[in-house]
Design a protein around this ligand. Structure first.
Ligand SMILES: C[S@@+](CC[C@H](N)C(=O)[O-])C[C@H]1O[C@@H](n2cnc3c(N)ncnc32)[C@H](O)[C@@H]1O
Length: 232
């Protein structure tokens, strides 16, 4: 974990950064692959000035997509593999998930991916304005208790910087299995600068179920898929 300099804002993070011990192979993926997959200087200790990333150098001018909290990375790798003309950045602070993603990247042989193994809010700081053509928020942490709803991603603290980095007309997809999360999403995303395009129980055409969705389905919960468009 990097040390933040004194000018870094305090950002509460309530999730897990580490789970069970990593396998040796996963430790090797982290040691060998992570630096090469970096989107550039994101962390505060290496970029205290918060200089913007050079996305052209990263992806050669391809459209840039972003997945927030990619978990084990199945959707991220699927999108990268099926959209070679796009560059995709994934952010995920849970290091076990990052290690799982790296294994999948090796297996799929995809090269149009970058990984920020940390909080997406640090990535937002250094993404240029209107630089992201599509964003995915798939099964964000539900925080079911009412007193914890302000920890959800769909709050202005996250949505305002997301809106800043998205291009006018860019698509923002949210999947969740929690009806109250749908409610808060429909309430909070439009005022941040997005129009609702659709809400459905049927997944997008290019969808693959994430690990979290598979668990939700096994436990009898019902997925909702919500699509927004960044306002011009
Ligand atoms: C319920 S899991 C879902 C994971 C995956 N999208 C899936 O569907 O299987 C939510 C994920 O969001 C990640 N997350 C929470 N806060 C985050 C943040 N500030 N930046 C990036 N990821 C975050 C968590 O670490 C966790 O892996």
């Amino acid at each position: 974990m990097s040390q933040k300099p004194a000018n870094a804002p305090w950002r509460n993070f309530y999730g897990r950064r580490k789970g069970h011990a990593l396998r040796d192979s996963q430790e090797a993926y982290l040691a060998e692959d992570l630096a090469r997959l970096s989107p550039g200087a994101v962390d505060w200790d290496v970029n205290p000035e918060r200089n913007a990333l050079d996305l052209k150098a990263l992806f050669g001018g391809r459209p840039v997509w972003l997945e927030v909290g990619f978990g084990g990375g199945e959707h991220l790798v699927h999108q990268a593999a099926t959209n070679p003309d796009v560059g995709i950045i994934g952010a995920e602070p849970y290091i076990n998930g990052v290690a799982m993603l790296l294994g999948k990247i090796r297996a799929a042989g995809v090269t149009n991916l970058a990984v920020h193994p940390g909080d997406v809010r640090d990535l937002f700081d250094v993404l240029p304005d209107a630089s992201v053509a599509r964003a995915f928020l798939l099964y964000p942490d539900p925080w079911p208790k009412a007193r914890h709803h302000r920890r959800r991603f769909v709050t202005p603290e996250h949505l305002q910087p997301l809106a800043r980095v998205m291009q006018p007309g860019a698509i923002f997809r949210v999947a969740t299995d929690i009806p109250d999360y749908v409610r808060q999403t429909l309430e909070e995303v439009p005022p941040a600068g997005f129009d609702l395009l659709g809400e459905s129980g049927v997944a997008w055409d290019d969808w693959i179920p994430t690990r979290y969705e598979q668990k939700a389905l096994r436990e009898g919960r019902v997925p909702h898929y919500v699509t927004f468009r960044r306002r011009d």
